[in-house]
Ligand binder design. Sequence first.
Ligand SMILES: Cc1cc2nc3c(=O)[nH]c(=O)nc-3n(C[C@H](O)[C@H](O)[C@H](O)COP(=O)(O)OP(=O)(O)OC[C@H]3O[C@@H](n4cnc5c(N)ncnc54)[C@H](O)[C@@H]3O)c2cc1C
Length: 298
Amino acid sequence: MFDIIVVGGGPIGLNAAIKFSENKKILLIEAEDFLGGQIIKLYPEKEIVDIDGIPSIIAKDYVTQLIEKCKQNANIQIGLNEKVNSIIGTNETIEVSTTKQTYQTKKVILAIGLGTSSPRPMGLENESKCKNILYSLQDLSMLKNKNVLVLGGGDSALDWTKEISKISDFVTIIHRRNEFRGNFDTIKGIKNVIVKTPFIPVAINMKNNLLESLVIRNVETNQEETLMADFVFVNYGNIPLVNTFGLVSLNNGLVVNDKCQTSMKNVFAIGDVARYENKKHRIQPGLNEIKILDNIIK
Ligand SMILES: Cc1cc2nc3c(=O)[nH]c(=O)nc-3n(C[C@H](O)[C@H](O)[C@H](O)COP(=O)(O)OP(=O)(O)OC[C@H]3O[C@@H](n4cnc5c(N)ncnc54)[C@H](O)[C@@H]3O)c2cc1C
């Protein structure tokens, strides 16, 4: 019997496991065969500047130190490559069934983020065949001095455009609207970034399983342009596949009250998966939710 089962080994699940391990027996379960969540999957090399008390840190360094703390902690047992399929509450205990076995626990903290998500593609013919179309970036240096087209209008597209502009003079960001959803100030004034709006990608010219150029269309004038590229980096977000375990859910997330409680007794949700008014999908709000839980779980 565990005191707490934390589901999800992203930054918030890792922080929660560490926080509550002092006097509790914790099991941390992660569906992938690695810990770190979106940080490791999508942006290990990016700089993070918006965590309280940490002025700046490379994303993978942030999460690596958390992983090390978890691994060295005798009160934390880690299950990798193990997906939680169901959570059943009884009077005294909760039964958590995974792809490997069933566990008993007193409490469950769900930190499953975007679930087991997959990146949203452009939806163009031959897209899946082109090896130089990227949806995440493990190694920024591969784009050094390359001609890169970044697609998307959110913060990740803008953040990546800024990062790539530091190592290449040939970066174009393409977005379907004139206004960006993310903070445009991120790239404002950077001289070697070309901004193309309002454009959508409409076709790929491909040779030997590599994209040679991308055809884009101006959605106001319908005029098309063909842009040569070494890499196209698509930042259209993810198609979430969240298992909501039969709990009250909203927009692929779990509805929680101001104590992070879900609709099942002793089952809590924190991090990107938690839904409440004005919820922001960043690390700091998840850390704030751990502080709230601390008062309840003690
Ligand atoms: C490109 C990009 C840049 C970003 N930059 C920043 C930034 O600069 N600053 C910032 O604060 N935030 C940033 N974010 C957002 C930040 O990454 C998220 O807010 C954060 O990862 C949420 O952490 P989490 O632990 O809640 O979820 P996740 O990181 O999504 O982790 C959830 C984990 O749960 C696992 N899981 C899911 N379902 C199951 C299951 N059924 N069983 C077992 N395991 C399961 C998943 O495999 C995953 O490992 C960025 C996001 C992106 C995409």
